[in-house]
Design a binder for this molecule. Structure first.
Ligand SMILES: Cc1ncc(COP(=O)(O)O)c(C=O)c1O
Length: 424
């Protein structure tokens, strides 16, 4: 690791947990220089819903590259962009009765969030936005202002303003009527909290610790926003694109947010793409008012179109449902063994095992470290990183899915037993 340690900035993070040099990868397995193969339950932080180097998407990309198709086109009209828009509108939006205009943003998720916040403020002519405690929306300053994580916020170097954090129905707010609280804040002319242009939310707080909200809560939020003339922005960057069992994660609530942000797995192959969907009446940008050099990466358009085709070919939502059942069954075993010492949360193919109840902040670190030793890549999220996140590619081989869950179970058995002995 010497060259990385010597020359790469201290800001590097995941590589500190996954101490090997990776050289190739296929679907749910990553291969390292050390000769080891790792089952991947990290899936590029959600960018690899279709696995590593999916064969169908890869062949589409190879054909495109060999044809000398345009690789960089700013926001010029290209045949690749036309193909993607057509596929997305006819394959995703129309069947769901959704009508959105598409804005191709810079390369990464935070670019779509920045665009959404800027546009919402412009539409409503209000500067404030509501976000939720536990929410994560990116690292550039506008998105970071809506991100709750203290250590990330401390990196801003200036005050992060114009965002008010509302309680999310989790943890010490579990039994609190969070929507009624918001209602009161908005109705109370002495609340001291300005009416926001928008509310930005995740249907499953992912970095916040794998916390799904109920469909009723989402409907209540959408209703509250509509009644108070506030835009609703669903940040579907991590849990969209099929992760929860439907293409958009808000589908289970039957709502249609005013804006939706997508990135990560929209391009399917880990290629950079970031997309803002907005209801047509909110598309009040003037030409070039929000632009950037790397909007609409052409190879990402190819991969994204192929990914949407692949979704149909393999009946992705059914596949997710089947594998969700495998995960639920395995986690049932975890709950039977560890009881109330752990909490299990999730939906579709994003799950968390929360160890906060064990009261040892190092335990999750030890367990994911042990898993890595045993050939499984996992990330930690949530308050004090106490939640072990299970997020394999949606295309994970069922045997590898079971194998990975077994590795996690084994590592937990060992370390939780050790922890209990030390506490005894
Ligand atoms: C919900 C959500 N929004 C926004 C982002 C930011 O995306 P990016 O890291 O690509 O900028 C993330 C990243 O994890 C995310 O999970």
């Amino acid at each position: 690791m010497l060259i990385f340690d010597a020359h790469e900035s201290n800001v590097r993070s995941y590589c500190r947990s996954f101490q090997d040099v990776f050289v190739s990868a296929k679907n749910d397995i990553m291969y390292a220089e050390s000769g080891k193969a790792y089952i991947d339950f990290f899936a590029g932080a959600g960018a690899l819903n279709y696995g590593h180097n999916d064969e169908y998407i890869k062949q589409c990309l190879i054909r495109y590259l060999e044809s000398d198709g345009v690789t960089h086109g700013l926001d010029m009209y290209t045949d690749t962009k036309r193909l993607f828009i057509d596929k997305f509108v006819r394959g995703i939006l129309n069947p769901r009765g959704l009508e959105y205009k598409l804005q191709f943003c810079g390369t990464t998720g935070t670019n779509a969030v920045e665009a959404a916040l800027k546009l919402a403020r412009k539409v409503k002519q209000r500067s404030s936005v509501f976000s939720f405690m536990g929410g994560f929306h990116g690292m550039s300053l506008g998105s970071l202002a809506a991100t709750s994580n203290r250590s990330s916020r401390e990196g801003a170097g200036l005050p992060l303003e114009h965002v008010t954090f509302m309680p999310y129905p989790f943890g010490y707010m579990d039994t609190f009527d969070t929507l009624q609280y918001m209602e009161n804040v908005l109705n109370d002319d002495h609340s001291g909290i300005d009416k926001p242009a928008a509310v930005i939310f995740e249907t499953v707080q992912a970095e916040g610790g794998i916390v799904p909200v109920t469909p009723e809560w989402m409907r209540g939020l959408a209703d509250l926003c509509a009644r108070h003339d506030i835009l609703l922005i669903c940040d579907d960057i991590q849990v969209g694109c099929g992760r929860t069992g439907t293409f958009f994660s808000f589908e289970r609530a039957g709502i249609a947010p005013d804006m939706v942000t997508l990135s990560k797995s929209i391009s399917g192959y880990g290629l950079p793409m970031s997309l803002l969907l907005m209801k047509p009446e909110h598309d009040i940008w003037s030409p070039g008012e929000h632009n950037g050099t790397f909007r609409g990466n052409q190879t990402a358009f190819i991969a994204a179109t192929a990914a949407l085709e692949l979704r149909e070919q393999i009946d992705m939502d059914r596949v997710v449902l089947e594998k969700e059942a495998i995960i639920r069954e395995a986690l049932g075993r975890f709950e039977a063994e560890f009881g109330s010492r752990i909490a299990v949360r999730g939906i579709g193919m994003i799950w968390g095992v929360d160890l906060a109840g064990l009261g040892d902040p190092d335990l999750s670190l030890k367990i994911v470290g042990e898993c890595f030793e045993r050939g499984l890549i996992l990330e930690r999220v949530g308050r004090n990183d106490s939640v072990i996140k299970i997020m394999p590619p949606l295309t994970v081989d069922p045997d590898n899915l079971r194998r990975g869950l077994d590795i996690l179970y084994g590592a937990m058995l060992e370390h939780i037993a050790e922890h209990s002995k030390a506490g005894a």
